[in-house]
Design a protein around this ligand. Sequence first.
Ligand SMILES: NC(=O)c1ccc[n+]([C@@H]2O[C@H](COP(=O)([O-])OP(=O)(O)OC[C@H]3O[C@@H](n4cnc5c(N)ncnc54)[C@H](OP(=O)(O)O)[C@@H]3O)[C@@H](O)[C@H]2O)c1
Length: 194
Amino acid sequence: MSVATAISDRRKTVLNAIDPDKDVDGFHPVNVGRLSIGEESLLPCTPHGSVHLIKHALGDNLSGKNAVVIGRSNIVGKPMAALLLAESCTVTIVHSRTQNIEEICRQADIVVAAVGRPEMVNADWIKEGACVIDVGINRIERDGKNKLVGDVDFASASEKAAHITPVPGGVGPMTIAMLLLNTLTAFKRLENLN
Ligand SMILES: NC(=O)c1ccc[n+]([C@@H]2O[C@H](COP(=O)([O-])OP(=O)(O)OC[C@H]3O[C@@H](n4cnc5c(N)ncnc54)[C@H](OP(=O)(O)O)[C@@H]3O)[C@@H](O)[C@H]2O)c1
């Protein structure tokens, strides 16, 4: 058995050992399934927090917006796309094999970058007035100092975007807030509290 398979098997074992009703990260297959068919579930924290940020910027009605999610991981990209679809956005997921990725991003009213590549997305990828959510957290060395940067080149992209999240201080704190919200929600549901 390869190391990757062994890690994947252990990950599954751990996930499946969690009670779905106490799964405050929203990663259990039952909650993933509930999200995909639009049933009430515990939502993954980072995508959930990102939707809050998008609604704070654009208002509650995201219907018809053209959204591009960069990245297709189980913990960010896929649930992010599912949540935006549930908001009636037209959703495109792009990934490492996508061709013309910049061109696709340039069509987007909403861009969510969840890649793990420092400052990959720059102003050329962004439509004037777009809403840009930077999920990435990358540690780099610059000018002899350690620095945290996102997947978006904030300085250039903010010249085009109407709304853009910084790194650090954007999606990260919202993820923690959503984790606390899920914990409270799970407790209230289990105790039959309003
Ligand atoms: N702020 C927060 O609270 C928070 C929470 C979670 C994660 N993060 C950060 O978000 C980033 C992504 O996390 P993750 O767990 O989703 O990462 P991941 O599992 O490594 O997934 C990265 C995704 O990016 C895609 N990708 C890689 N290189 C690309 C390229 N050159 N062009 C287009 N797509 C590319 C990959 O495509 P393939 O599938 O084709 O390989 C993959 O789908 C990381 O920096 C992580 O630290 C932040």
